[in-house]
Design a protein around this ligand. Sequence first.
Ligand code: ADP
Ligand code: MG
Length: 320
Amino acid sequence: MSLSEFDIIHRFFRREHKVPGVTLGIGDDAALLAPAAGMSLAVTVDTLVAGRHFPEQTDAASIGYKALAVNLSDLAAMGAQPGWATLALTLPDVNEDWLTGFAEGFFQLADRFNVALVGGDTTRGPLSITVQALGQVDTVHALRRDAAKPGQHIFVTGTPGDAACALQQLRAGESVAEEMLVRLNRPEPRVAFGQALAGVAAAAIDVSDGLLADIQHVLDASRCGAQVNVDAITRSRGLQVLDDEVALACQLNGGDDYELCFTADTDCVEQIYRAAEDCDLSIAEIGIIEPLSGMRCVRADGSPYAPVIEGFDHFRKADV
Ligand code: ADP
Ligand code: MG
């Protein structure tokens, strides 16, 4: 049996929800949304292409989860509260099992963060998933990339590098520990912590391209430099068994973990540690913002470290 575009939308994507601000959801030419008075809309969109953003063999539920997770991570990095999403789905064929799995993964996360799917588009073609997420943030409290200043402390959440490690092992045909595979397929967007940082931290970015590359984005936007102690980045148990150089490469250049990297003034640091504890999230102070442009990496003993900075850039690297 072949389902029409409208059957697909109806069966898999049109759902009851109690999310505020949705005047009109799926079914019309456009959704009508009502942000709260005085708040800025935070809008972000990300596309996942099979074989490029996830291995072809990834299960449908993980793809649905990740397509939303990467967008919620962007909202978290702005300090925004997620509210709504749209979904543009390009499918090679109508596979009901795949669609069931995809919707399950997508809505598992949507329900946890109280996000309503309010519209989208469904077309036929090579598998590609585009999710747009919309959230709200107090304009003056939004965490922007251009707000870092010399003297501020640089932090990162969690244990960066796990997803990159899992991906490498998958590609090499090696066995991957379950806890590492989860980090690749089911990244946890740091939504509550991002909101807690709004108005407290200065600049923030979510780590999607690679930690050093993403820090560099903050430095470029803020026109300053930084010193980063590469040994201060928390190393997961999964990375601890690797060769030091390999583990460091995963931590510094991997990026698919969707952790938050942010800067903060000294007098906000205590409040930030408390917020992390409230969110049950570990954070590590990994460096300091400096006036001179460029990034200087050091080891724990203060000796300089020259990393190979290879942030992900779709148009630079042809192979994934
Ligand atoms: P139009 O032709 O006016 O763009 P569509 O036929 O593409 O409308 O879509 C009909 C309705 O279903 C719209 O409200 C649209 O937002 C929604 N929609 C289409 N595809 C999806 C999807 N994959 N997920 C959620 N909503 C969708
Ligand atoms: Mg359409």
